[in-house]
Design a binder for this molecule. Structure first.
Ligand code: GLY
Length: 276
C-alpha cells in the first residue's frame, strides 16, 4: 500500500485559456477546440489540483501564443532551481517571457536553455533526483545537453531518452512514485525504464499514459476505462478529468501546469531538499 499524505507538491502555476486556442499546433484530426468547453475543463483541472492540496496561481492568458495554456513546456521546475526552456516550435518560443516573472519571485536560482539548444518542459520527467530528458522533435541534443549540465551542477542526475513516437516524452510516460511508471508504445520497451514497475497502457490508448501524481491522487484523462483501472489497481486514488478540447491540439494533463514542491522559507534555494 502506498504511503498516504506524502506532500510531493505544494503549489502549481497555470495559465489562462487564450481566445486564440484554436490556432494551437496540432497533429490530431479531432476538429477545432471549443474555447468555452476548454475553459470549463481548465477550471475543473484547477479545482482538482486544489482538491489535491495545491495552492494554484493562475497567470493571465497570453493571447499572442495559442499554445500558451500548456505552461509546462516553458520551464523545468525543481526543488533547487528553475530552468527556463527554449521551446522547439518557433510559434511557442515567446511563451517563456511571461513565465520568467512568475518564477523569479519564487526561485533564487533561475537558469536558461540557450540557442542552439531547444527544450520543451514536456520532455522532462523527474524521478526523485534524476531527470529523464526526451529527445524529440521539440528537444534537441544540445538542449538536452545544456539541461543535463545545469541539473548536474545542482546535484541531480540526468539522462537522455530517444523517442520518435510521441510529441513529448511525457506524452508517453508518467512517474507515479514508488517505482510505478505508466508507459505506452515504444517507451514500454525502453532500456532507460527497465527497472520500473510498469503500468503499460495499450498503444491504441497512448494518450492516457500522460497522467500526473499529485500528492495522494493521480489525475487521469477521462476516456480510457482500462488505463484508469490499471492505475487504480495499484492502489492509487484516481481523479478523472475531461480533456477533449486540449487533446484536439495535442495537449495532455501534465502540460497544463507547472507543479512545484514546498518552498523553504518562501523561496526555492540551492540546498538539496526532500523531493519525491
Ligand atoms: N499544441 C501543443 C504543442 O504542439 O506543443
Amino acid at each position: 500500500m502506498l504511503p498516504q499524505g506524502v506532500p510531493m507538491f505544494a503549489e502549481a502555476i497555470v495559465r489562462g485559456v487564450p481566445k486564440t486556442l484554436d490556432a494551437g499546433i496540432t497533429s490530431a484530426d479531432l476538429g477545432k477546440p471549443d474555447r468555452a468547453k476548454a475553459m470549463a475543463q481548465h477550471c475543473q483541472y484547477v479545482q482538482a489540483l486544489e482538491e489535491c492540496g495545491l495552492e494554484v496561481t493562475a497567470l493571465d492568458a497570453d493571447e499572442k501564443h495559442p499554445d500558451s495554456v500548456f505552461i509546462e513546456d516553458t520551464a523545468v521546475v525543481t526543488g533547487r532551481c528553475a530552468i527556463l526552456a527554449r521551446p522547439g516550435a518557433d510559434s511557442r518560443r515567446g511563451e517563456v517571457h511571461g513565465i520568467e516573472e512568475a518564477l523569479s519571485g519564487r526561485y533564487e536560482n533561475i537558469e536558461r536553455i540557450g540557442d542552439p539548444g531547444t527544450l520543451d518542459g514536456g520532455d522532462v520527467l523527474q524521478v526523485r533526483d534524476h531527470f529523464y530528458i526526451g529527445l524529440t522533435s521539440r528537444t534537441n541534443r544540445e538542449g538536452a545537453r545544456q539541461l543535463s549540465e545545469v541539473l548536474r551542477s545542482y546535484g541531480y542526475g540526468a539522462s537522455p531518452v530517444e523517442t520518435n513516437e510521441f510529441l513529448h516524452l511525457k506524452s508517453g510516460v508518467s512517474y507515479l512514485g514508488d517505482e510505478d511508471l505508466v508507459v505506452a508504445g515504444e517507451l514500454a520497451a525502453s532500456k532507460e525504464f527497465g527497472r520500473f514497475d510498469k503500468i503499460i497502457v495499450d498503444s491504441r490508448e497512448g494518450y492516457f499514459a500522460n497522467c500526473i501524481r499529485v500528492n495522494d491522487h493521480v489525475l487521469v484523462a477521462a476516456g480510457s476505462e482500462s488505463a484508469k483501472a490499471l492505475i487504480a489497481a495499484r492502489g492509487y486514488e484516481v481523479i478523472e478529468l475531461e480533456m477533449s478540447e486540449f487533446r484536439k491540439i495535442d495537449g495532455g494533463l501534465s502540460c497544463l501546469s507547472l507543479r512545484l514542491p514546498g518552498r523553504d522559507g518562501g523561496v526555492y534555494r540551492t540546498a538539496a531538499g526532500g523531493e519525491p
